[in-house]
Design a protein around this ligand. Structure first.
Ligand SMILES: [Zn+2]
Length: 475
C-alpha cells in the first residue's frame, strides 16, 4: 500500500498495486489505476483475419447485437476495389528462374529467390512455402536455400506438364487451400463496420510470410496496405498489423514502425515501444497477456503463455472447426482467473476462411462472454493495447488534497493523437465525504462507488493529459 504526503507528490502506480482484490487498508489518498478499463478482471479482444465475407455477414451482426466491438485484419489487396494489388517488387523473375536452373541457391541469393516464389508463374502450395519461412526465422539459410531450390524445380516441372508459366512476375499465386473462398466484400462494407465502432487493422497487401520477403517487398506489403487503409477507412489514427502466418522478421521493424504502433503477434511491439513506457512495465504487460496464442494450459518458466496443442498435436493458435464450446469457455475462465488479456484469432465462421468455426459454436461463445461480461472488458485489440500502454506510462499527481476538494493531474506523456483511451481510476473513499462530483475540464465524469476487498473506492474513467481532475464532496 502506498502512503505519501499530501500536496504535489507524484506517484507512479504499477500493476503490482492494482491487485484484483485490494488487500491493504487504503489511506485517504490511495489512488489506483485499474489494470483493465472499468476495473474488470480481464480483457478479451476478438480478432478476425483475412477479410472473409462471413465476418461481415455473421460476426458483425452477432457482435453488434450484443454491443461488442472486435478487430478485423484485412488483406487489403483482396478487398474489392483496392488500389494496391498483390505485386512483386524485385529482380526480373525470368532471369531469376534461369539463374536458379544454372546454379543452386545459396545464403547469398536465397532471399531474392524466396521473395519471388508467389510470382513464378505457377501456384506453389502453402506447405512448400511455410518451411522456407520457418527456416529463415530460425536463421538456417542453408536449409532455406535447399527448400527454395525444390520450389524452383517444382515450378519447372509443372511447366513441362502444363505448358509455359503465364504472367511470370506479374500474377500472384495464392494457395487457395488454406484461405479458401472467393470474397465479395468491399470497402463500403468495411467502412460501415468501422463506423459501427469496430477496429480495422492490416494483414498485409497479399498475406505473405514476412520472414521470406526482401525489404523492398516488406515495404510494399506493410506500407501500401497501410496507405490503402488510411484512404479507405477515413478518420483512423492507428492501425495494428497482424503478421500473416505469424511470420515475423526483426529487420522489418524499421519498416513496420513507420506505419504501425503495434503488432498483433504474441504481444509484440513493433519497433520501439513509446519511450515513456518503462521497460519493466512492458515485461509486465507481456506476462499478463495471453495475446494471439490462445493459450491456456501452461506458462513457460518466464511466465509467458504457451499455446495449447490441438488433438493432432499441432499448435492451436486459433479456434477451429473442431474447437469445442466448453474448451473455448475455459479460455475465458482461465483469462478471468489470471487477470489476463485473451486475443483469440478467428478466420471465417461456418462457410469460408481457414478452418471456419461453426456458427453455433461462435454464437454460443459470444453468449458465454455476455454472461461473464461484468468481469471482462471486451474491446478491440488496439483499444486494449492503448489502454495498457497508457496505464504503464501513467503518473498521478495530487495537486490539492483538501477537506472537501481533491485535485489530480493524470499524465502519460504519450502522443495524445493516438493514446486517448480513458484510464479507470480508483480513489479511496474519504471519511465524511458525500458522494462526489468528478470533473475534468468541462467534462463531468460519471462516478460510482465500488467495493474492493473490504474497502470502498470511487471509480471513474479519466483522460490522461486532458486537464486537471477535480473531485468535490457532494453531488
Ligand atoms: Zn491470415
Amino acid at each position: 500500500m502506498i502512503t505519501y504526503q499530501h500536496w504535489i507528490i507524484v506517484i507512479i502506480l504499477t500493476a503490482g498495486m492494482v491487485s484484483r482484490i485490494w488487500a491493504g487498508t487504503p489511506g485517504d489518498d490511495t489512488i489506483l489505476i485499474a489494470k483493465w478499463q472499468g476495473d474488470k478482471r480481464a480483457a478479451v479482444s476478438l480478432t478476425f483475419d483475412d477479410a472473409q465475407d462471413s465476418q461481415r455477414d455473421i460476426v458483425v451482426p452477432e457482435m453488434n447485437r450484443r454491443g461488442m466491438l472486435g478487430t478485423f485484419y484485412l488483406i487489403t489487396g483482396f478487398v474489392d476495389g483496392s488500389r494496391f494489388l498483390p505485386k512483386y517488387i524485385g529482380d526480373d523473375v525470368f532471369a531469376l528462374r534461369a539463374s536458379a536452373r544454372r546454379s543452386a541457391t545459396t545464403p547469398a541469393n536465397v532471399r531474392v529467390r524466396a521473395t519471388a516464389i508467389r510470382f513464378l508463374g505457377k501456384m506453389v502450395p502453402d506447405p512448400m512455402q511455410g518451411p522456407i519461412a520457418r527456416a529463415f526465422e530460425s536463421g538456417d539459410l542453408q536449409r532455406a536455400s535447399r527448400l527454395v531450390d525444390a520450389v524452383y524445380t517444382y515450378v519447372d516441372s509443372l511447366e513441362q506438364v502444363d505448358g509455359p508459366a503465364g504472367g511470370v512476375g506479374t500474377t500472384f499465386y495464392y494457395s487457395p487451400a488454406a484461405h479458401s473462398g472467393k470474397r465479395n466484400n468491399t470497402w463500403v462494407d468495411w467502412r460501415r463496420i468501422n463506423n459501427d465502432g469496430h477496429e480495422i487493422g492490416s494483414h498485409g497487401v497479399s498475406h505473405q510470410w514476412m520472414s521470406m520477403m526482401s525489404m523492398e517487398m516488406a515495404e510494399y506489403e506493410l506500407g501500401r496496405s497501410h496507405d490503402e487503409l488510411l484512404r479507405e477507412i477515413p478518420g483512423q489514427r492507428i492501425f495494428t498489423y497482424r503478421y500473416p502466418y505469424a511470420s515475423d522478421k526483426l529487420e522489418c521493424d524499421s519498416i513496420a514502425k513507420q506505419y504501425y504502433a503495434a503488432g498483433a503477434n504474441p504481444v509484440r511491439f513493433i519497433g520501439d515501444p513509446p519511450a515513456e513506457v518503462p521497460q519493466q512495465n512492458l515485461q509486465e504487460q507481456v506476462k499478463s497477456s495471453a495475446a494471439y496464442c490462445i493459450p491456456f494450459g501452461e506458462k513457460d518458466a518466464d511466465g509467458y503463455w504457451k499455446p495449447e496443442r490441438d488433438r493432432s498435436g499441432r499448435s492451436s493458435t486459433y479456434p477451429t472447426r473442431s474447437s469445442r464450446l466448453t474448451t473455448m469457455q475455459r479460455w475465458v475462465d482461465d483469462t478471468i482467473s489470471d487477470g489476463a488479456w485473451l486475443v483469440p484469432v478467428f478466420h471465417g465462421i461456418e462457410t469460408d476462411g481457414l478452418n471456419p468455426v461453426p456458427r453455433k459454436t461462435f454464437v454460443g461463445w459470444l453468449d458465454y462472454l455476455q454472461q461473464r461480461r461484468s468481469e471482462i472488458w471486451i474491446a478491440p485489440y488496439g483499444t486494449v493495447q492503448r489502454y495498457s500502454r497508457e496505464r504503464l506510462a501513467a503518473t498521478v499527481e495530487i495537486q490539492e488534497n483538501g477537506a472537501e476538494r481533491m485535485q489530480l493531474v493524470l499524465k502519460d506523456g504519450l502522443d495524445n493523437a493516438i493514446y486517448h483511451e480513458p484510464l479507470t481510476l480508483l480513489v479511496a473513499i474519504r471519511a465524511g465525504w458525500e458522494f462526489p462530483r468528478v470533473t475534468q475540464g468541462r467534462r463531468v465524469l460519471p462516478v460510482e462507488s465500488v467495493l474492493k476487498g473490504e474497502d470502498y473506492f470511487w471509480k471513474f474513467n479519466a483522460y490522461p493529459d486532458q486537464g486537471v481532475i477535480v473531485i468535490k464532496s457532494g453531488l
